[in-house]
Ligand binder design. Structure first.
Ligand code: MG
Length: 474
């Protein structure tokens, strides 16, 4: 087993000077072909982890990993709702490029006939060139028809609910929003959401027993890790929680004041189980674990939704709360510990994993990600300096450096009644991460620069079929 390259202290000091390293911790020499585990929560807010400041929720495992690894305070997903965000993570491309964001629908539904096109290259497919085996566990939401399932996108196996856990709602069942607003501990009946569990491409359970869903996703992922302990692997563990309807298994149910807190505590437990397994198998020095969420908190569900902490807005919005996610990166053989205040994105995972695995990322298409592996090792600043905030197929806002310009704003999660802004709103997110104080009048030239950046980005986008607009064939 590779232990990485040992470098004598004097040589290391010279490398530090040559590399222009700016952090206190020495760089880490990464192992060859490390394993990758991505734990992707659903609708978790920026402020929902203890380590990100939540005063009530219990997330001891993630808090510990953040202390031992890196906490990224400006880490973004590439869309403010599930389907496009997931497409972006797995392909390293804004979902506008794959047709996985739409002008007519926010996400895929059980009556959708589209999905992530087969010619998109996922992390699993990119890593296969370096001899990796990949498993997907949990929520997929990139197409539930066989031709779109994980097994057709580079994953050797899949086990999970293929779309959101609130879909296939039984007509006449209780209105979740009304019930949730009245009671933080209101419990939905899993039978009211007739969602399936698929194993590979076969339906094995319906309706899914959602009480145990977090535990069972975790067990399947651990089983995969054990089976592939002698082989480089990529695990994509995409929890259905903490998306409504909220559920927790017996060990967590009722431990907290709110059902949301129970569900998040079990997701935290899941991460702890994964890490304990890696340690038991002696894989902790050669595995990178990334924890983040697909979009911000679903605020319309009151206490059944989370909080974006100091950030404005939440899920389905182009304010920071929609796309900035609480992100923890852990891997003692790879990651130099610390708080990273530079920008990062799920778009960057594909090129970063490729770099760490020693394989070239796809070169025949536009990629929107950066290789963050030097930052993980403690060798300098993040190369990411910009982020687009799409609402469907439109760019409502963009960030370059510390500044974010909004050309259109709205305050409800579906983007209804958008307000055009002319001049655009401008916020300095380093001074004002809460987007409270418009500084457009002071920096008109900055708005022009961001607009140029957006135009340059748009020129690289080629028209493709809208996958979310394709109906299911009868
Ligand atoms: Mg989501």
């Amino acid at each position: 087993m590779s232990q990485g390259i040992r470098v004598p202290g004097v040589v290391l000091a010279a490398l530090l000077i040559l590399g222009g390293c700016t952090t206190a911790e020495p760089p880490v020499a990464a192992p060859e072909k490390p394993n990758f585990v991505v734990v992707f929560a659903d609708d978790l807010g920026y402020g929902d982890l203890g380590t990100f400041g939540h005063p009530v929720f219990r997330t001891p495992n993630l808090d510990q990993l953040a202390a031992e690894g890196q906490k990224w305070t400006q880490f973004y997903v590439a869309a403010n709702v599930c389907t496009p965000s997931r497409a972006a993570l797995l392909t390293g491309r804004y979902p506008i490029r794959s047709g996985m964001t739409s002008s007519v629908r926010g996400v895929l539904f059980p009556d959708s006939g589209g999905g992530l096109p087969a010619d998109e290259i996922t992390i699993a497919e990119a890593l296969a060139d370096a001899g990796y085996i990949s498993g997907a566990f949990g929520k997929w939401h990139l197409g539930h028809l066989p031709q779109y399932l994980p097994t057709r996108q580079g994953f050797a196996t899949y086990w999970g609910i293929p779309y959101s856990n609130d879909m296939d709602k039984v007509p006449g069942s209780p209105d979740y929003r009304a019930e949730a607003r009245a009671n933080a501990r209101w419990q939905a009946d899993p039978a009211d959401y007739n969602v399936p569990i698929l194993h590979d491409e076969e339906e094995i359970e319906r309706p899914a027993d959602q009480y145990t869903i977090t535990r069972r996703y975790t067990e399947r992922a651990i089983e995969f890790i054990r089976a592939n302990r002698d082989h480089p692997f990529f695990v994509y563990l995409a929890h259905s929680m903490v998306h409504i309807p909220l559920f927790a298994s017996k060990d967590f149910d009722g431990r907290n004041a709110s059902r949301y807190a129970d569900a998040i505590e079990e997701v935290d437990w899941s991460v702890g189980q994964i890490v304990a397994t890696l340690k038991e198998l002696g894989l902790e020095e050669r595995t990178l674990v990334v924890f983040t969420s697909d979009n911000g908190p679903w605020l319309v569900f009151d206490t059944h939704g989370g909080t974006a902490g100091p950030l404005r807005g939440g899920k389905g919005e182009t304010w920071e709360g929609g796309q900035r996610e609480p992100t923890v990166v852990w891997g003692p053989g790879i990651v130099s510990p610390g708080v990273v205040r530079g920008m990062g994105s799920t778009l960057d995972l594909l090129p970063t994993f490729c770099a760490l695995a020693g394989v070239e990322p796809p070169s025949d298409r536009a990629l929107d990600g950066y290789d963050l592996s030097p930052v993980l090792r403690g060798e300098g600043e993040s190369p990411r300096n910009e982020m687009m905030y799409y609402q469907g197929v439109e760019i409502f806002a963009a960030r370059v450096g510390p500044f974010k310009a909004h050309w259109t704003t709205f305050t409800n999660y579906r983007g209804e009644n958008p307000v055009p802004r002319d001049p655009p709103l401008l916020f300095n997110l380093e001074e004002d991460p809460s987007e409270k104080y418009d500084v457009a009048a002071r920096h008109p030239e900055v708005i022009d620069q961001i607009a140029e950046h957006v135009e340059a980005h748009k020129k690289t986008v080629e028209p493709v079929p809208d996958q979310l607009a394709i109906p299911l064939e009868p």
